[in-house]
Design a protein around this ligand. Structure first.
Ligand code: FCB
Length: 449
């Protein structure tokens, strides 16, 4: 066995998001978010779970930071709850909400942990949704104004910013399939949402530079692996449509100044309204790209109700299976995805902003989980990351999803992704075997292979 090292200064982190861990959904002046509204309606979430309490991180934050420190992470990536700091989405600032994030940032810095802050990890203010939400063009200014308020409050200490997390998910699960809040089913809206998310990203990057805030700013995309299910022409064409919708729809405007033509031709009347100058704004140079990678899919042509006439299936790599959620575990897919990003975006710095898995965790009588499966998953993906580095990818860090078990959106509290187990009845945190393993990786800045 030998140790393969990562580059000096490589960031080792874990990621969470506000709605999935904070709880305190209506405390200290927080406004209602679309996920509050969505989870409070019946039949949207498995078992009727909500994020009302979640991991109670809002009240347990100091212990959670101590835990992050104990595990030895050099960085922690979290998101701001927009309705917590601007209860109506715009206008009056809820300073109590900022007290929380100020304390969190200070505690992290005290512990020498680099905070990475995402502005939009999906918990959009309900008041803005009621005013038309992401489908209306005003949403671009609402987001930029919110960003400015956050930069002004935290920008003296936070130096790494992500605008949006996984805009594909916001647009398509929120507005086309209705699986996520706000639960709409309208492809025209979904494509308009994509455009407004990207535009608001570009406008925010511009204001970040013009405002003279220090540090770096980027965006996080969910880039999964795809392969045609067969050599059949129909499957290859379906694959091309799916790839363009999940990757090119974002990478083309961010890096090449246009939207993917073949896809736009296919979606026809659902194309978004794009005004002159929009693409220049979207293409503002960024400092890094965050890549969330979990799995790889097969794509086959299917005569079904979806706009792309495509069906996805899990595609585990040889010797691997599926996670608890039926996701095809495919570490080489991560290498391929990172190389694809390099081919399309050049030498831009990349972070693996999320990677992890939900498995059937079985706690012993003390609550400890010997999650060897998760260790295998993470370790194989780290090897895949090393291969990408060998191939010239400028990889700056790796973040596990997630620090701790949490509210997994429409699946509620069923799937557990954490390095740390959360006993939801008591709020108790118990590091799993994978947490101890990850600490060792960090200590050696490398993995044994
Ligand atoms: C990603 C989300 C994150 C979490 C993981 C499992 O798509 O960004 O919030 O739900 O999947």
């Amino acid at each position: 066995m030998s140790t393969r090292h990562f580059p000096d200064g490589f960031l080792w982190g874990a990621t969470t998001s506000a709605y999935q861990i904070e709880g305190a959904w209506n405390e200290d002046g927080k406004g209602e978010g679309i996920w509050d509204r969505f989870t409070h309606r019946p039949y949207n979430i498995l078992n009727g779970d909500t994020g009302d309490v979640a991991c109670d991180h809002y009240h347990r934050m100091p212990q959670d930071v101590a835990l992050i420190k104990e595990l030895g992470l050099s960085s922690y990536s979290f998101s701001i709850s927009w309705p917590r700091v601007l209860p109506l989405g715009r206008g009056a600032v809820n300073e109590k909400g900022f007290d929380f994030y100020n304390r969190l940032v200070d505690k992290l810095l005290e512990a020498e942990i680099l905070p990475v802050v995402t502005l939009n990890h999906w918990d959009y203010p309900q008041a803005l949704e009621d005013a038309g939400g992401w489908p209306v063009r005003d949403s671009v200014d609402w987001f930029a104004d919110y960003a400015r308020v956050v930069f002004d409050r935290l920008g003296d200490r936070v130096t790494t910013w992500m605008t949006h997390n996984e805009p594909w998910v916001v647009a398509f699960l929120g507005y086309a399939t209705g699986v996520h809040a706000p639960g709409l089913c309208d492809y025209s809206k979904a494509y308009q949402v994509v455009h407004h998310l990207l535009l608001s990203h570009g406008v925010t990057v511009q204001l970040f530079r013009q405002g003279g805030y220090k540090g770096e700013i980027g965006i996080v995309l969910n880039l999964e692996g795809y392969e045609p299910a067969s050599e059949r022409e129909a499957d290859r064409a379906a694959y091309q449509r799916v790839y363009e919708e999940s990757a090119s729809l974002f990478l083309d405007p961010l890096f090449n100044g246009h939207y993917p033509e073949m896809l736009f031709d296919w979606i026809g009347p659902h194309q978004p309204r794009v005004l002159a100058g929009d693409l220049d704004l979207i293409g503002q140079p960024i400092d890094f790209l965050g890549v969330d990678y979990y799995r790889t899919h097969t794509v086959s042509h299917a005569i079904n109700g979806t706009l792309l006439k495509a069906e996805l299936g899990p595609l585990p790599a040889l010797g691997w299976g599926q996670t608890e959620m039926g996701w095809g575990i495919n570490p080489p897919g991560l290498t391929a995805t990172l190389i694809d990003v390099k081919d399309r975006c050049g030498d831009l710095k990349v972070f693996i902003a999320e990677n992890g898995c939900a498995l059937h965790d079985i706690p012993d009588e003390t609550g400890f989980v010997a999650d060897r499966g998760r260790v295998n998953y993470l370790s194989a993906h780290l090897q895949a990351a090393l291969e990408a580095i060998d191939a010239g990818v400028n990889l700056g860090g790796y973040y596990v999803w997630s620090l701790m078990d949490n509210f997994e959106w429409s699946m509620g509290y069923g799937p557990r992704f954490g390095l740390v187990r959360v006993e939801y009845e008591t709020g108790k945190r118990i590091p799993k075997q994978s947490a101890y393993w990850f600490s060792e990786v960090i200590k050696h800045n490398g993995i044994n292979i």
